[in-house]
Design a protein around this ligand. Structure first.
Ligand code: NAD
Ligand code: ARJ
Length: 413
């Protein structure tokens, strides 16, 4: 039996899913093409993703391709309950996800997804894959897919340690994923989440972005575009140098926090903002996280230092310190773009989720050849996704000329 918050929310969920559908033309093309041949007939897929309108379109596509799908949430605070309801009521997909579920329920839902003995796991962050391994559900699994940077890091560690039991496709590492979803998707949806939670004016604010990877640079770019003075913190000298050349101020967090109005973490690493930073933070600073797990802003330290804590707006908790300074934490330190807003817009998830859909076919077709290791999708798939996206936008590009194709750069070759 599926487990969602309230099935009567389905009509609104359905409308919102349909709003996204028309903004995901590449995925829709895959749905139409393979909806006829049904290459996933008889294939069971357990998916652990943020339960959003875009994810709904992915799982509907997988079902149209012939698969049987179960879906649970990859974060307890990102589920859109109306979407979950519609998937169950209107599309006959078993969903196990309720916004605000406890950690215990979160894992119970993951186990429900594994209970139907999937052939393929589709994960965002690695929790499903890790439970499949630690609780011995990996027999019969052909392979898995992984949506995000942090999940890929976890899986690579499992590979190095020799404990990975089945092949996993790092969907995150396709260019048509990380260059667009991580950068432009998170750039926009993080602004969206922070605005919906706080309604602050961005122009003239000091915004500190921790991490200048794909996510961090997208966030920095968009906040600068709205008139913020953006400071970047990094540990990698090359990324730091790039940030400098992109025109940002770069400094350690211990200095940046003193002037910050807003701090956004985007590193995937724990303890980026911690006790020593709370000691010197500017009064009224807003802390938000865009990385996968709620570990980047040290919550226990903040709880320990606060003399008062109260919810001041939905998704905003005010912590008052001994000396009266106030620190505002958004969404309990969980991904602000998915908890306070709706995650990335459909247009960019079209790319990520087309890769996910094609990755399931790749696993099915190559299951006897692939070893328990982390793979990326072939470049030809990446290019095909980009081509289809350009086509859907009505954008044409040049082809190499004959002369260009036959040109040699080294004499005698
Ligand atoms: P990335 O590896 O490209 O970038 C991470 C950056 O953080 C690196 O440049 C690294 O040097 C830097 N870093 C590490 N420790 C640091 C520290 N102590 N201080 C400052 N910088 C530090 O990864 P990414 O693709 O940008 O992803 C970042 C995180 O965002 C991951 O957890 C990923 O899973 C997540 N993500 C979230 C969303 C979303 O919708 N919110 C979307 C995509 C990815
Ligand atoms: C589903 C989303 C959405 C959305 O691809 C992004 C990523 O790497 C994940 C980190 O956990 C979140 C995922 N993501 C962003 N927006 N997944 N629907 N609308």
């Amino acid at each position: 039996m599926p487990h969602v918050k309230d099935r009567s929310l389905a009509p609104m969920g359905r409308k919102r899913i349909e709003w996204a559908t028309v903004r995901m033309p590449v995925l829709l093309g895959i749905r139409e093409e393979y909806g006829r041949s049904k290459p996933l007939e008889g294939v069971r897929i357990a998916a652990c993703l943020h339960v959003t309108t875009e994810t709904a379109n992915l799982v509907i596509t997988l079902k149209e391709m012939g698969a049987e799908v179960r879906l649970c949430a990859s974060n307890p605070l990102s589920t859109q309950d109306d979407v979950a309801a519609s998937l169950v009521e209107d599309y006959g997909i078993d969903v196990f996800a309720v916004r605000g579920e406890s950690e215990e329920e979160y894992y119970a839902h993951i186990r429900q997804c594994l209970a139907f003995k999937p052939h393929i796991t589709m994960d965002d962050g690695g929790d499903l894959t890790v439970v499949a391994h630690t609780e011995g559900h990996y027999e019969g699994i052909w392979g898995g897919t992984e949506e995000t940077t942090t999940g890929v890091k976890r899986l690579k560690e499992m590979e190095w340690k020799g404990v990975l039991k089945y092949p996993v496709i790092a969907v995150n590492d396709s260019k048509t994923k990380f260059l667009f979803d991580n950068r432009y998707g998170t750039g926009q949806s993080t602004v969206d989440g922070i605005l919906r939670a706080t309604n602050i004016l961005i122009a003239g604010r000091v915004v500190v972005v921790a991490g200048y990877g794909w996510v961090g640079r997208g966030i920095a770019m968009r906040f600068r575009g709205m008139g913020a003075r953006v400071i970047v913190t990094e540990i990698d000298p090359i990324k730091a140098l790039e940030a400098v050349h992109d025109g940002y101020e770069v400094m350690p967090m211990a200095e940046a926090i003193k002037v910050a109005n807003v701090v956004i973490t985007a590193t995937g690493e724990p303890d980026i903002v911690r006790g020593e930073h709370y000691e010197v933070a500017r009064d009224g600073v807003i802390l938000a996280n865009a990385g996968h797990f709620d570990v980047e802003i040290n919550k226990p330290a903040l709880e320990g230092m606060a003399v008062q804590k109260r919810e001041v707006r939905p998704n905003v908790v005010e912590y008052t310190l001994k000396d009266g300074r106030r620190i505002y934490l958004l969404c309990e330190g969980r991904l602000v773009n998915l908890c306070a807003a709706e995650g990335h817009p459909a247009e960019v998830m079209d790319l990520s989720f087309s890769n996910q859909a094609l990755a399931t076919l790749y696993i099915k077709e190559n299951r006897t050849r692939l070893k328990p290791a982390v793979y990326t999708l072939p470049e030809a798939i990446d290019e095909a996704v980009a081509e289809r996206k350009l086509q859907s936008m009505g954008i044409r590009i040049d082809e190499p000329s004959e002369a260009q194709l036959h040109r040699t750069w080294v004499q005698g070759t």
